[in-house]
Design a protein around this ligand. Structure first.
Ligand code: PGA
Length: 251
C-alpha cells in the first residue's frame, strides 16, 4: 500500500560537473527499478542542471531547504515557488543539520511546511533525537514534540501529501546506524502519534523514511521492517553504485 521511497540528500557536496554526472548515472540506472519512488536532492545552485540531467526519467528532483515567505527582501533565501519553477517535486524540511547547525526551530519548520504544501511541493519532514535525548529515555517525547511543532495546523488532507523522515541525529553521518528494531519502534510511535491526532487510516497511509548511515549492507534489513517505507540517504547517495545498492534493498 505504501510505495517505498528512496531519496538521496547530497547535502553541500559535489561540483556542477560531478552533480550532473551523478544525476545522469542515477537516471540511467533508474530504468531498471520498478515499484520504488526515487529522488535526489542536490545543492540548490545545481537544481536546474540536475533537473535537466534527470529529464525524461522517473527520478524526482528535491531541494534541501527553502524559506517560507513567497517573495521579498530575504537576502540569500529561496521560495517554494522558485523550487517549483526549477522542476522540484520535493523539499527536505527540518533536517537535523538545519535544526542543530543552523538553528531552525519547529516553528520555522512549520512555516516552511505550510508554504511548501501551498506551492504543491511534497515536504520530506525530518524528526530525530540527539544521543543524549535517547540515553535519557526522551526519544518518544522528542519525536512527538517535533512532529506536533513541525506539523501544527496541517490538515488530514495535507498530511497525506507529506513524507516523514525519522533520522536519529546520532546516526547521521556517523556510521552508527539505528538497529532495525530501534527504527521500527520509532516509526510505530510516529504512526500512533498520527492515529491519535488524525485517524488510524491516515496513519497507515503516510510514508516514513529512515535516515542515518543507511548503506547497501544495512538497507535491506532496515527496509524490511513493517513501518519503514524507504530511506533518506546522505553519504551513500553520492555514489550511484551505493545508492542503487540501497534501492535494491527496498524490493
Ligand atoms: P547519512 O545522512 O546517510 O550520511 O548518515 C543521512 C541524512 O542526513 O539525511
Amino acid at each position: 500500500m505504501r510505495r517505498p521511497f528512496i531519496a538521496g540528500n547530497w547535502k553541500m557536496n559535489l561540483n556542477r560537473a560531478e552533480a550532473v554526472a551523478l544525476a545522469k548515472a542515477v537516471a540511467e540506472r533508474s530504468t531498471a527499478v520498478e515499484g520504488v519512488e526515487l529522488a535526489v536532492c542536490p545543492p540548490s545552485v545545481y537544481l536546474e542542471a540536475v533537473g535537466n540531467a534527470l529529464k525524461g526519467s522517473k527520478v524526482g528532483l528535491g531541494a534541501q531547504n527553502m524559506y517560507h515567505e513567497a517573495s521579498g527582501a530575504f537576502t540569500g533565501e529561496i521560495s517554494a515557488a522558485m523550487l517549483v519553477d526549477l522542476g522540484c517535486r520535493y523539499v527536505i524540511l527540518g533536517h537535523s543539520e538545519r535544526r542543530h547547525v543552523l538553528g531552525e526551530t519547529d516553528a520555522d519548520v512549520n512555516r516552511k511546511v505550510a508554504a511548501a504544501l501551498k506551492a504543491g511541493l511534497t515536504p520530506i519532514v525530518c524528526v530525530g533525537e540527539l544521543l543524549a535525548e535517547r540515553e535519557a529515555g526522551q526519544t518518544s517525547a522528542v519525536i512527538r514534540r517535533q512532529f506536533d511543532g513541525s506539523l501544527a495546523g496541517v490538515s488530514a488532507a495535507d498530511l497525506a501529501k507529506i513524507v516523514i523522515a525519522y533520522e536519529p541525529v546520532w546516526a547521521i553521518g556517523t556510521g552508527k546506524v539505528a538497529s532495525p528494531e530501534q527504527a521500527e519502534e520509532v516509526h510505530l510511535d510516529l504512526r500512533k502519534i498520527m492515529a491519535n491526532r488524525y485517524n488510524a487510516g491516515l496513519a497507515q497511509e503516510v510514508r516514513i523514511q529512515y535516515g542515518g548511515s543507511v548503506k547497501p549492507s544495512n538497507a535491506a534489513e532496515l527496509l524490511s521492517q513493517a513501518d519503514v517505507d524507504g530511506a533518506l540517504v546522505g553519504g551513500a547517495s553520492l555514489k550511484a553504485d551505493d545508492f542503487f545498492g540501497i534501492v535494491a534493498g527496498a524490493k
